[in-house]
Design a protein. Sequence first.
Length: 374
Amino acid sequence: MTLTLTGGAGRNAGPILHGPEIDAVADALRAGHYGHGPLTEHFEHALAAFLGVADVVTVASGTTAMHLALLAAGVGPKHEVIVPSMTFCACVQAIVATGARPRFVEVDPATLCVRADDVLAAATPATAAVLPVLFSGRAVDLTGIQQQLDERGITIVEDAAQAFGSDLAGRLIGTNPKLMTCFSFGPTKNLTCGEGGAIVPRTAEEADLLRRLRTVGIAQSLAQRAEATSYEVAGFGLRAHLSSLSAAIGLVQLARFDDARTRRRQLWAAYAAALAGTPDVQLTDVDIAHTVPFNLVVQVPNRDRVFHRMRQAGIGVGVHYPPNHLQPAFARWSTSLPATEQIGRQVISLPFHPSLNSGNLQQVVTALRDALTA
């Protein structure tokens, strides 16, 4: 039996809980190993098997995944990283944490994802990486410029925080061996661990480096350290592992991921049908046949007025996201991005979570239409 959170139209987002998560966490608590442990490694193996890849390195969060992936790619203080401004600020903070500079670029107004031409045009001799954001779970196809990026030594680190389970032309996100892919398993993601993240490395050497980075620089594995009187700190590292408690939740979620994928796609399709023909509403194109959607974002005129009217009506709308190049923390790297700035004034996220029923959905759509015509 699937357990879902209450809240209906008054809640913007929430996870699908299947029920066994509670017992799984209790078992992990009784086992007495709360940090990185056998359950964490079991979850890593299960993720790798699900994706069909050689290895997956789990970490404490999606933000941590991006930070460590950029470090593993050699990104540092002399570098730039190309990133869309239309994303959660965690992406930019991950870049700044390496000492590198974010180089903000526009997104396609229809998909809210970066375009290959814009990425290539933004590249400079200082560019070390590009961080495409798979907005709402939609794949970003940079294969057409992959060779040019390779020739310039530019690594693609995918921010697939919202895209677990999505695919590009039938190939699961995370399975392209030329990319490092970062997932988030936060509270409202397609697959949740409560908190957590993961990186799909390109090589075994990269996997080893990522494991050192997440374990305060220690070169030996947990099992190796248990059988030795010492260990080697091989370089810089953080305490950034995924806990066994989080892994216990993730294992349950992964075993039932098909249910979550189906429910999210059905909900998005129901919204699309209900909103069809509504004047002044532009639905973000997520390519639903290939995407497990994380949220449902539309663009509307007079967004602030619509937002407040819907909140007053008890509808849990949100804004994803305020453009980062306009944020005070990133002002030194700001640039003119007129398309992003217009999108930033128009985007509004409608409630999108598993406890929504058809009545709740109609309540949201009616409130949106009322707010637009008020």
